[in-house]
Write a protein that binds this ligand. Structure first.
Ligand code: HEM
Length: 408
């Protein structure tokens, strides 16, 4: 179980939804419910150091913002951290923060590496890794599920995609954690900035080695492709490698650790999974909805417009909250219940529209492998200590989950 202070809707006007501690240490479900019902498009006021921003909470409004990259651009940044800091240097070059034709062209190049067929060998290796990590944990009888199991899975898959050598993987993992979801309440934006720059430098080195080297990984794919009739330059290759590692590692790890916690907290659902009443396919989707590792996405209005009937000015920051949309009563029957056989399940965990997560198939396969591994190899699990949250206004989940487990 996790103990988080429930925030009452009356406290809404004192909250800053950009504060990482708020998301890590409290339960905002009553606030989201209140906003969806009474103030679905809410203005989070400016602070001394950062501008204000719109907070969009209903599923229908969230998907309508996601759908229209002409009205709501990602090029000013797509998360609060960069939007509030005044922009992202990768704009127009990194897939997630590029719009229009260049986005379409770049996405087309990368899609070939992310099709279910292309990913088959990687998914096969994910299954082997999951089984190895679970067997190691079962042998010891206890583990930290977040660091000993979940952390060992997605980065390995992305490193396979990118052709990162084994010897560098632990280093890349520690940089990724510091750059995005902070595991400590007191780590600073400077730590994150340094880690990001170290990742970029690391990929600069790797990209240099890969040009004309006959490799078949994503770095080589980017190096050999053209967008708009021109080859990608080194910066574009590096930035897009970086975006895969940042977009696909911690998010997936958090969903897997969150899956284990969800099963520990809901013994009836653990039984439903074990006896086959809930299949892996629907369980994966429900875990994605339940954990919602990416709390929000951000955009900038390109012209005066409206969202959910509220006027939004040109240049204003608009954030859409997957965490709220995934619990919208208009779309989900009993959204506060974990139901591993839920169908339909129109969650927006991977966003929606033109920027829909490129790694969705891989992430689903990873979570599916963990759920199948737990179902087939583990008879019993028990939480043995407090779970620790990550501190971020963008990522949500656990950096530690100590458990004891017994083999089936
Ligand atoms: C985009 C979530 C796994 C790569 C996105 C977006 C979300 C998201 C919400 C849209 C961002 C926006 O609209 O601004 C997640 C979650 C994951 C996950 C929750 C795991 C549970 C992965 C993996 C990879 C990946 C495994 C790759 C290895 C990307 C890329 C984009 C993206 C490249 C940008 C797509 C575009 O702009 O066209 N992801 N993601 N993600 N994701 Fe994921």
């Amino acid at each position: 179980m996790t103990t988080r202070r429930a925030i009452a809707p009356e406290e809404l006007d004192t909250l800053n939804l950009a504060d990482p501690r708020l998301h890590a240490e409290s339960d905002l479900s009553a606030v989201w419910r209140h906003l969806r019902e009474h103030r679905p498009v809410h203005w989070n006021p400016p602070t001394d150091t950062a501008p204000g921003f719109w907070v969009v909470t209903r599923h229908a409004d969230v998907t309508s913002v996601y759908r229209s990259s002409a009205r709501f651009t990602s090029e000013g940044g797509n998360v609060l951290e960069t939007l509030l800091a005044g922009g992202d240097t990768g704009a127009g070059r990194m897939l997630a923060i590029t719009d229009g034709e260049r986005h379409t062209g770049l996405r087309r190049v990368l899609m070939s590496a992310f099709s279910p067929r292309a990913l088959e060998p990687i998914v096969e290796s994910v299954r082997r890794t999951v089984n190895r990590l679970l067997r190691d944990a079962l042998e010891k009888g206890r583990c930290d599920f977040a660091t000993d199991v979940a952390a060992g899975i997605p980065l390995g898959a992305i490193c396979d995609l990118l052709g990162v050598p084994d010897r560098d993987r632990a280093h890349v993992l520690s940089l990724t954690s510091s750059a995005l979801g902070s595991h400590e309440a007191d780590s600073t934006a400077v730590d994150a900035w340094i880690a990001k720059n170290e990742i970029l430098l690391y990929f600069a080195g790797l990209a240099r080695d890969r040009r004309d080297s006959g490799h078949s990984d994503v770095i080589a794919l980017l190096a050999g492709s053209e967008v708009g009739g021109l080859p990608l330059d080194d910066d574009e290759i590096i930035l897009n490698c970086y975006s895969l590692i940042l977009g696909g590692d911690e998010t997936a790890r958090l969903s897997m650790a969150g899956a284990a916690l969800a099963l520990l907290d809901h013994p009836d659902q653990w039984q439903a999974l074990k006896c086959g009443d809930a299949g892996i396919g629907t369980a994966v989707e429900e875990i994605l909805r339940w954990t919602t590792p990416a709390l929000h996405s951000g955009r900038t209005a390109t012209a005066d417009t409206e969202v959910g009937g509220r006027p939004v000015g040109a240049g204003e920051i608009v954030t859409v909250w997957n965490a709220s949309a995934n619990h919208d009563e208009q779309v989900f029957d009993t959204p506060a219940e974990l139901r591993l056989d839920r169908t339909p399940n129109k969650h927006v965990t991977f966003a929606y529209g033109p920027h829909f997560c490129l790694g969705a198939h891989l992430a689903r396969a990873e979570i599916g492998a963990v759920l199948a591994g737990l179902r087939d190899l583990v008879a019993q699990m028990e939480q043995t200590g407090p779970a620790k949250p990550v501190y971020s206004n963008f990522l949500s989940g656990l950096s530690a989950l100590p458990i004891a487990l017994k083999a089936a």
